[in-house]
Design a protein around this ligand. Structure first.
Ligand SMILES: Cc1cc2nc3c(=O)[nH]c(=O)nc-3n(C[C@H](O)[C@H](O)[C@H](O)COP(=O)(O)OP(=O)(O)OC[C@H]3O[C@@H](n4cnc5c(N)ncnc54)[C@H](O)[C@@H]3O)c2cc1C
Length: 458
């Protein structure tokens, strides 16, 4: 039986993250009233509020509250849970792989390419088998549980080498995500160790590896140095000009970026990789031109451009998948950096322009946005940032971080759920309980039934 789809002229949105959710919110009613339909395709049934992933690792935010469900908040949008595998813009058709293994071809009038970015990974031996990223809610939940589980298990280990390995925690990548992640990890590790009389803080080793000579390019050098000092003060080993050479069987080899000599070698059960992002590969599976970094080339009006720099009719893009000119001149190489600040604002301009071109006067505007600065949370009551150019650190920066993101997460319902969780934590304290067997939830039942797990039939 064929997938039931609307026959109305379609605005097809590829990706329901920052850009996709916002464009759908802005357009769904207007397009419906104009006789069309907005269709959103995403393999996930929700938008992930990625700036909250470190707080999910830290346990300040309940995982479900850091995502915004599409169906609840996009009532006038046709939703397809699936993955766009190719786009033929000449035929105006997108191929979508569905969860049940089937695929469907969906025709459209306008397309919005908004599939964001994926973790940028280098071919380092053992990394894929032993590492974890921090780009999805599942990774944040898995990482939190893994850390807490390793601590609990280490506390009953009698094999010293295995215990040491369990208590070695390494993050590669000193950008915003990596720094927020290691700071939250340090916080939660210390709190869990404090609760466990069989562990001492000195048993734990927490290492940050950064290939450049500095961390956090989004803040000033002075602030970045302050963060390095702050983390070192908390017992985190910050290794600059250093990279991961190999991670085979969880044996990490760190090498100097200066002379490629070995800096350190140790075994670790926890390896987090946050060394940047790359435009989603679906860009290359489309008929649109991409730049040398695999990004779809867009104009300041958020329209996709052909090889000659001309606007392609009915084709739009924004966010991390796109190379959009930064008209303020501040962006590296003249393009907007891949962040939520740009993604959510570009989405609003895109929605307005698309509607105007397809259904109204045709008048469009260019996207231009002066950065509001950046602010990072570094664990409970700790932070750093330069919102609106004002240098902040400590509790003020932390409050600014929470204030900004608490307001920025889409929908009032999610804002209140997140804020409610923060209040609960203030009242009841930090929760460091690991959930066991998340990857094998039928284990208890199989044991109780005395049976063997059925292997999935193909
Ligand atoms: C840990 C972390 C912390 C961050 N903190 C900040 C911060 O503090 N401030 C800030 O400004 N930015 C921050 N960012 C960056 C910000 O989250 C991104 O720039 C933003 O999400 C980009 O929005 P987007 O819509 O382009 O992509 P996304 O929000 O990533 O959405 C892309 C969507 O496309 C879907 N998709 C993927 N492939 C397909 C496909 N083939 N077909 C259909 N759908 C597909 C995905 O499932 C996803 O839902 C952070 C990022 C991370 C990872």
């Amino acid at each position: 039986m064929a997938l039931k789809l609307s026959e109305k002229p379609r605005v097809l949105i590829v990706g329901g993250g920052y850009v996709g959710l916002t464009v759908a919110q802005q357009l769904q009613k207007k397009v419906k009233a104009a006789g069309g339909v907005v269709t959103l395709v995403d393999p996930l049934p929700y938008m992930t509020y990625q700036p909250f992933l470190p707080e999910v690792v830290g346990g300040h935010i309940e995982a479900r509250h850091a995502v915004v469900p599409h169906r609840k908040h996009l009532k006038d949008t046709e939703i397809i849970t699936g993955k766009v595998t190719s786009v033929d813009h000449e035929a105006k058709v997108a191929a979508i792989g569905l969860d049940d293994g089937e695929s469907v071809e969906v025709p459209y009038q306008d397309i919005v390419m908004a599939a964001g970015a994926t973790t940028r990974v280098f071919p380092i031996e053992g990394l894929a088998e032993n590492g974890i990223g921090l780009k999805t809610i599942e990774e944040a939940v898995g990482l939190r549980n893994h850390i807490l589980e390793r601590l609990e298990t280490a506390s009953v280990m009698t094999d010293e080498a295995a215990k040491k390995r369990a208590l070695n925690f390494t993050v590669v990548g000193g950008g915003f995500a990596g720094i927020e992640c290691i700071a939250e990890m340090e916080d939660i590790i210390r709190a869990a160790v404090d609760q466990n009389p069989r562990l001492a803080q000195s048993d734990v080793r927490i290492v940050l590896v950064e290939a450049m000579g500095r961390i956090m390019p989004e803040v000033s050098e002075e602030q970045a140095e302050g963060v390095v000092e702050h983390l070192r003060g908390r017992g985190v080993e910050v290794l600059l000009n250093t990279s991961l050479g190999s991670a085979v069987d969880g044996e990490l080899t760190l090498i100097s970026m200066k002379d490629k000599s070995e800096v350190d070698k140790f075994a670790a059960d926890t390896l987090v990789w946050t060394a940047g992002v790359a435009a989603n590969a679906v860009a290359r599976s489309s008929s649109f031109p991409v730049d040398e970094r695999g990004r779809i080339t867009g104009s300041a009006t958020l329209q996709i451009l052909n090889e000659n720099g001309e606007v392609i009719e009915g084709a739009w893009t924004a966010g991390d998948i796109a190379a959009i000119p930064d008209l303020t001149g501040a962006g590296p190489g003249g393009f907007c950096v891949p962040n939520a600040q740009h993604a959510s604002r570009q989405a609003k301009v895109l929605a307005k322009n698309l509607f105007s071109v397809r259904f109204a006067s045709g008048e469009i505007s260019e996207y231009k946005h002066e950065s509001l600065g950046a602010v990072a949370g570094l664990g409970l009551y700790k932070g750093v940032g330069n919102p609106m150019g004002v240098k902040l650190k400590g509790v003020l920066a932390w409050a600014a971080h929470r204030g900004y993101h608490g307001m920025a997460i889409p929908t009032v319902e999610r804002k209140l759920r997140v804020a409610g969780g923060w209040v609960n934590e203030m009242i009841f304290g930090r929760d460091v309980t690991p959930l066991r067997d998340l990857e094998d939830p039928t284990k208890a039942f199989v044991e109780a039934a005395g049976g063997k797990k059925k292997t999935a039939s193909k």
